[in-house]
Design a protein around this ligand. Structure first.
Ligand code: DQA
Length: 148
């Protein structure tokens, strides 16, 4: 299965930003950990990060016909990007939204996700392991929805 992870703004600063919330693992180390887990699951994994909304929309559009599953952590765009929500609806690729932190335990403006309604489901509060669970969920979804 081919899966693309899309990470939004400031996720490239993992390991440096708000360590008490996001932990000490660097973005590069997290990507290496996820590639290891993907190999164990026989998933072909690509990982993309951008701080720009338009680049994220472009990457979602380019995923059409190329990936069987998406995992997206839109960062702060989660809470207000109708453009990312629309792009996810447009490509109609099974998508899981992931957040490292438990957004429901934090400031009220983080409690609302506008992008989650375009996704199969949302995983939050479990750190990098949430992406691993999302890969497993996409594999399970694909197996359940395969024809025959
Ligand atoms: C985040 C939560 C968002 O509210 C925040 O803006 C982020 C990271 C998370 O992974 O917990 O940048 O998406």
């Amino acid at each position: 299965m081919k899966i693309l992870i899309i990470n939004g703004p400031n996720l490239n600063l993992l390991g440096k930003r708000e360590k008490e919330i996001y932990g000490t693992m660097s973005y590069e180390d997290m990507c290496a950990y996820l590639q290891e887990k993907a190999a164990e699951l026989s998933v072909h994994l690509d990982i993309f990060q951008s701080n720009l909304e338009g680049e994220i929309v472009d990457r979602i559009q380019a995923a059409y016909g190329q990936y069987e599953g998406l995992i997206i952590n839109p960062g702060a765009y989660t809470h207000y990007s109708i453009a990312i929500y629309d792009a996810l609806l447009a490509v109609n690729i099974p998508t899981i939204e992931v957040h490292l932190s438990n957004i429901y335990k934090r400031e009220e403006f983080r409690h609302k996700s506008v992008t989650a309604a375009a996704c199969l489901g949302q995983i939050c509060g479990l750190g990098a392991y949430g992406y691993v669970l999302a890969m497993q969920a996409l594999l399970n979804y694909q197996a359940a929805n395969r024809e025959g």
